[in-house]
Design a protein around this ligand. Sequence first.
Ligand SMILES: Cc1cc2nc3c(=O)[nH]c(=O)nc-3n(C[C@H](O)[C@H](O)[C@H](O)COP(=O)(O)OP(=O)(O)OC[C@H]3O[C@@H](n4cnc5c(N)ncnc54)[C@H](O)[C@@H]3O)c2cc1C
Length: 365
Amino acid sequence: MQVAPAGVVIVGGGLAGPLLALEVRALGAAVTLIDGAPSDGSSSATAISYGVIPGWPLAPTPLARRSASASRHWRALEQRYGPLGWQRRGLLLHGPNRWLSLLGRLGLLPLAQVDTAVLAQRLPVALEQAGVERRSARVEALTPAAGGWTLQLSDGSTCSGDQVVLAAGAGCWQLWPGLPRILRRSWAAVLELSAFPTALGRPAAWLPQGFARLALERRAASLEQSDWLVDPGLVPWGRGALVGQHTWIAAQGAAAGPPVADRCEQQLREELAARAPWTLDEAIGSAVLRQAAVAFSCNGAPLVGPVQDAPGLWLFTGFSGAFAQVPVLAPLLAQRLAGPRQRGVHAQRELQQLGVWPQGADSGQ
Ligand SMILES: Cc1cc2nc3c(=O)[nH]c(=O)nc-3n(C[C@H](O)[C@H](O)[C@H](O)COP(=O)(O)OP(=O)(O)OC[C@H]3O[C@@H](n4cnc5c(N)ncnc54)[C@H](O)[C@@H]3O)c2cc1C
């Protein structure tokens, strides 16, 4: 079955793909969003994400400063499309620095959270409302075609577009062999609680002062054996909570399938029992483990721009704080893809200044 060509085709329906699709549609261009669940039963990273958005820059970089304004973008999206799960959250920071914990308790570190249980229900409504065409299938192959690309889908159909954006998270690397080597994947696991623990009082985000996961990601390229760690955090999620986070990264060249679930769960539970500042004996007993593959970039900067030597193919992935970065970067990439020429040039310049335009990428697409 041949489907009529679409202007922009976006692969991936987690967070990056849908937010980019909304921005491209807002410019009036036709967009097709293709998403297919992994066959191994794992979730998208977005589905089990804490969705936390710090209201202050986490690093002294232009991107971190810009990302601190992400809540403004979420509120604008909600004004246009209705609730997406954004809300302010109380923050309880735990770790060695007492002053940092105190700042959190006093509300001097403004935190917001996109509740990903709500987002999962509301994003399809927003996409429908915006007129984004949605296809539920996995993309199995991408082929350059005259003036664009043809995508082979798992349901036997094809789809074509002038421009194709890979926003498939950890699935990107399977779609095109020539992606930058700094783009990698880890496996995350969290425990899902069906109710927010009453012992913790009002729903708030309980987070470690620093996430060890980020340092492990920086070392990923030189890992000689697979490594794992736990960052003890807990956030409200729908009526329940997500507790985690276990991170596993395969050694260089090792098979990148998920780590054994039972082993992850045991490691996660043991680390939480030893290090978490809360006790959830009963609630945690019945918690369910969920796993997801997560894309990251070894240098901490996402990849937002053209794929080298593949005219019309674009990347939008590798975020380190996606809920803060995606809403500020999606409008810029949308302008570059579908805006008037002059605005596209400005948008590209901004993406380069923010340090997210892939190095060595041909900018003249
Ligand atoms: C436990 C946990 C906690 C986190 N906490 C935070 C946080 O507090 N704040 C924050 O900013 N970030 C957080 N993150 C990171 C953040 O969730 C991710 O960076 C972000 O959700 C990635 O979104 P994405 O759209 O790029 O990828 P994904 O959400 O993984 O979406 C990719 C989509 O592409 C689809 N796909 C893949 N391959 C194909 C294919 N071939 N064909 C069709 N579809 C395909 C997948 O099925 C999936 O739906 C957390 C992550 C985890 C796991």
